[in-house]
Design a protein around this ligand. Structure first.
Ligand code: NDP
Length: 245
């Protein structure tokens, strides 16, 4: 992966699932990876795995809900590696429920992490990437960014929003400053995402689907593919679904 090699890549939500798989794949292919999330012990364990395999990685505690944390994450990356080539806005939560359960705090949490988190990431790296006249922002949407189902209204709204933000960024920046914007839309993937569900009805439904998704490594390959394309080629959207569902 020639165009992945030596790139400096920040990944949010890198302490498990898709973020972890992406960090490991990119590091195996020569990227310098900055892993961010809230669970520091998990991040350090993953960084140790990457270093033991001969890769380059560092861990930074950052809550995407905090714009200040995201600014510090960008500053740390610049101080450490001198540039920021890619931001993977991957952190996300999915405590789905029916609207009439009125789980307002969970709605707020989804909007804070899945939407504001993406915006805080963009705010932290955009000035750097404009200065560099190059960069790549990869945002994790979902098949729920294209279709709504009962219990997913708020989560789907956040993932529709991620697509809108990604498209706006592409329209404003790709021609003007060479910054690429990519949406990755996974279908069901076997990760810890379903642990954020607290509604008993949705938990019961989710447990029937447990293990029926695709491996996080499949999504990591799609992300790596978008990064690896030559800088004049912009993969604006990739959807990856389980074959069997
Ligand atoms: P995981 O639960 O395994 O990973 C989610 C990550 O987000 C964790 O590393 C978690 O780390 C991090 N995170 C959550 N809240 C915050 C926060 N406030 N600040 C920083 N990091 C946070 O799930 P996935 O790997 O599946 O999720 C990755 C992305 O993929 C999400 O955006 C999700 O919506 C999307 N997606 C997943 C699908 C699936 O079926 N799994 C399908 C479609 C899209 P920590 O708790 O340590 O902070």
């Amino acid at each position: 992966m020639e165009n992945v090699q030596h790139k400096v890549v920040i990944i949010t939500g890198a302490s498990s699932g898709i973020g972890e798989a992406t960090a490991k794949l990119l590091a195996r292919n020569g990227a310098k990876v900055v892993l961010a999330a809230r669970r520091e012990e998990r991040l350090h364990a993953i960084v140790n795995d990457i270093l033991a395999a001969g890769g380059e990685a560092v861990a930074v505690r950052a809550d995407v809900v905090s714009a200040a944390d995201m600014q510090q994450l960008a500053k740390f990356t610049l101080d450490t590696y001198g540039r920021i080539d890619v931001l993977v806005n991957n952190a996300g939560v999915m405590p789905n429920s029916r609207l009439n359960e009125l789980r307002v705090e969970e709605w707020d949490q989804m909007i804070d992490v899945n939407v504001k988190g993406v915006l805080h990431g963009i705010a932290a790296v955009l000035p750097v990437m404009r200065e560099q006249q190059s960069g790549h922002v990869i945002n994790l949407s979902s098949t729920s960014g294209y279709q709504v189902s009962p219990t997913s209204a708020v989560y789907a709204a956040t993932k529709f929003a991620v697509r809108a933000i990604s498209e706006g960024l592409r329209l404003e920046e790709s021609a003007a400053s060479g910054i690429r914007s990519t949406v990755i839309a996974p279908g069901l993937t076997n990760t810890e995402l379903f642990d954020t569900i607290t509604s008993p009805e949705v938990q019961a439904f989710a447990s029937q689907l447990s293990g029926k998704g695709i491996a996080p490594a499949s999504i990591a390959r799609a992300i790596a593919f978008a990064i690896n394309e030559p800088d004049d080629s912009l993969i604006s959207e990739i959807m990856v679904r389980p074959t069997a569902l």
